[in-house]
Design a protein around this ligand. Structure first.
Ligand SMILES: C[S@@+](CC[C@H](N)C(=O)[O-])C[C@H]1O[C@@H](n2cnc3c(N)ncnc32)[C@H](O)[C@@H]1O
Length: 284
């Protein structure tokens, strides 16, 4: 093979690698390479995440904080779970709403993302609590949250359908789900991870949701609102009454500034930088 042919082959290989890098790492953020890669990338991005996203606080309030706060204002002290909470974007905007008088638990697989979330929401004290944990299996009983939110996260999980089913499981009948649907050109480049409007609505209805409303929002995402079929009264409004101990299965905790201890079996989970280290088995 001539020198020119070699150069062309090398150029083609570099080009293919570049395209693969753009697709798999920058666009899909490791979604096809496994949860460890996704989490690792968020660990690396964490310090720059907010600067890259540049959320406009007015728009965040208009599309998230105000409608969510108003919808939940009918409940005395709603308990919200934010799945894939990242740097605490939803907590910041919801807890700032005077109409919202509840508490929020944020869960995420990336510790550096959570540490930023916890710091940003420090002033809310116990009203914003953050758990470091993979969210594919949520350590909460069925139907214990008044509202579950899951923004810009589903497509990065190993199974968006399973993740959504898990979010719905912990939502009480009559409770509110707020999630996102990836849309536009980037969604086409994430086959198997994203859904058409029709398929997403059908999936939610299959999971027992009703009043599904898909709303225009960002270039790459729709906001999706839905209500879990049925009705039930709010049951609990703080972490210690809903978190299931991974050792004994009880929900009886004692918490101080440095750890969370199960009163039944004595298992202790550390709290560092205001984040509860509640990893599932096998998580790094
Ligand atoms: C694009 S960010 C969105 C963060 C936040 N919801 C927002 O809207 O700014 C996706 C987040 O999902 C988290 N994530 C991805 N897979 C996860 C999993 N299986 N369990 C928990 N968190 C996960 C990532 O660590 C990351 O913080």
């Amino acid at each position: 093979m001539s020198g020119t042919a070699y150069a062309l082959v090398i150029l083609a290989c570099v080009g293919i690698l570049g395209v693969l890098f753009y697709w798999q790492i920058l666009l899909a953020e490791g979604a096809y390479l496994g949860q460890r890669v996704v989490t690792w990338l968020y660990d690396i991005y964490a310090a720059r995440y907010d600067a890259i996203k540049q959320y406009d606080s007015n728009m965040e309030a208009l599309f998230l904080g105000i409608p969510l706060g108003n919808t939940l204002s009918g409940y005395p002290a709603p308990l919200v779970l934010d799945v894939g909470t990242g740097t605490g974007r939803l907590a910041v905007v919801l807890l700032a709403e005077p109409s919202f008088q509840g508490r929020l638990i944020g869960i995420d697989a990336s510790l550096p993302m959570l540490e930023i979330a916890a710091e940003k929401n420090r002033s809310y004290g116990d009203r914003a609590i953050f758990l470091w944990r993979d969210a594919l299996y949520l350590p909460f009983p069925d139907g214990c949250f008044d509202c579950v939110t899951c923004l810009e996260m589903l497509e990065f999980t190993p199974s968006p359908e399973q993740q959504l089913a898990e979010a719905v499981r912990v939502l009480r009948p009559g409770g509110l789900l707020l999630t996102t649907r990836r849309r536009g050109k980037s969604a086409l480049l994430m086959p198997g991870k994203t859904h058409s409007r029709i398929a997403f609505t059908a999936l939610l209805e299959y999971l027992g949701m009703e009043d599904v409303s898909i709303q225009a929002w960002q270039v790459e995402y729709n906001l999706v609102w839905a209500v879990k079929a049925g009705s039930s009264s709010p049951q609990a409004n703080f972490l210690e009454s809903v978190l299931i101990c991974q050792t004994c299965g009880c929900t009886d905790w004692q918490r101080n500034g440095t750890d969370l201890a199960c009163r039944v079996c004595g298992t202790v989970y550390p709290i560092c930088s205001r984040v509860i280290h509640y990893q599932n088995q096998g998580q790094a």
